[in-house]
Design a protein. Structure first.
Length: 276
């Protein structure tokens, strides 16, 4: 794969094209007959996961709060001959999540693959961080993951299936100016392990990927706070550069596929060697 040296905030470019082309040749057909729910599907890693699962035969319910991005995702799925439906969803609202899962069942059938990708973040000096921003990051990243899992688990328990949750390398190592983000992603990791233990013998697998630097629109939210020292961030920057969302999608697809049938409670670090 070609590491991304020039960050585009998810706008793509020649480096992305080259990296994605090298991955496209590896796409199989592992999800034929399966229904997948993907949150955060309007952009970035979530969009890439929705496109990858659809390319491999899944019927995809693309969930996001950003309607415009969802439209683009489903258009791309349809143009490639796949099947997808756009469902506007606020993952911090239990009512919205329940409605989105019901709409998925009505449009595509019961889900058997669930990918929680929706996430937000930002850099803050912890002493200056507004409480409402702390609560929002945890609400989207952690509570949203819980709500989607809670709403989809009855279908997974009935039909079998798996969950792949997207955490971060910050769930495994500290990062300055990121207290809320680190806390939320570490919570996702341990929540996922708890689910894997709870449903180990009931036909539901739960795994996690922990990305490092990925060139997505979310990167733009991480601006150094006032008085922040850029040198504090160097330890979380891989010499391999940034990955593309498509590479993360490949890792999600592997864990969601039957090729990983013996894998549950695992954390796959896809971070350019940051957590060696």
């Amino acid at each position: 794969m070609s590491p991304i040296k020039r960050v585009t905030l998810g706008q793509g470019g020649s480096e992305h094209d080259a990296a994605d082309a090298s991955i496209s040749a590896l796409v199989g057909r592992r999800f034929i007959g399966k229904v997948a729910v993907v949150t955060g599907a309007g952009s970035g890693i979530g969009q890439a996961v929705a496109l990858r699962l659809a390319a491999e035969g899944a019927s995809v319910a693309a969930l996001d709060i950003a309607e415009e991005g969802l439209g683009s995702t489903v258009e791309q799925i349809t143009a490639a001959g796949g099947r997808g439906t756009a469902i506007t969803c606020d993952v911090t609202s239990e009512e919205s999540v329940i409605a989105a899962v019901a709409a998925t069942v009505e449009a595509l059938g019961p889900p058997t693959v669930v990918c929680n990708v929706a996430g937000i973040g930002g850099f803050f000096n912890t002493v200056d961080m507004p409480l409402e921003r702390w609560e929002k990051i945890l609400a989207v990243n952690l509570t949203g993951t819980f709500l989607v899992c809670k709403a989809t688990l009855p279908h997974l328990l009935e039909h079998g299936g798996c969950i792949v949750n997207v955490a971060s390398n910050t769930a495994l190592m500290g990062q300055a100016y990121s207290a809320a983000y680190c806390a939320s992603k570490a919570g996702v990791l341990m929540f996922s392990k708890a689910l894997a233990a709870e449903y180990l013998s009931r036909g539901v697998r739960v795994n996690v990927i922990a990305p490092g630097g990925v060139d997505t629109p979310l990167v733009g939210a991480f601006q150094l706070p006032e008085g922040g020292d850029f040198n504090e961030l160097k330890k979380v920057m891989s010499p391999l550069g940034f990955a593309t969302p498509a590479e993360m999608a490949g890792s999600v697809a592997f864990l969601a596929s039957d090729e990983s049938s013996y894998t549950t409670g695992a954390v796959l670090s896809v971070d350019g060697g940051l957590t060696i």
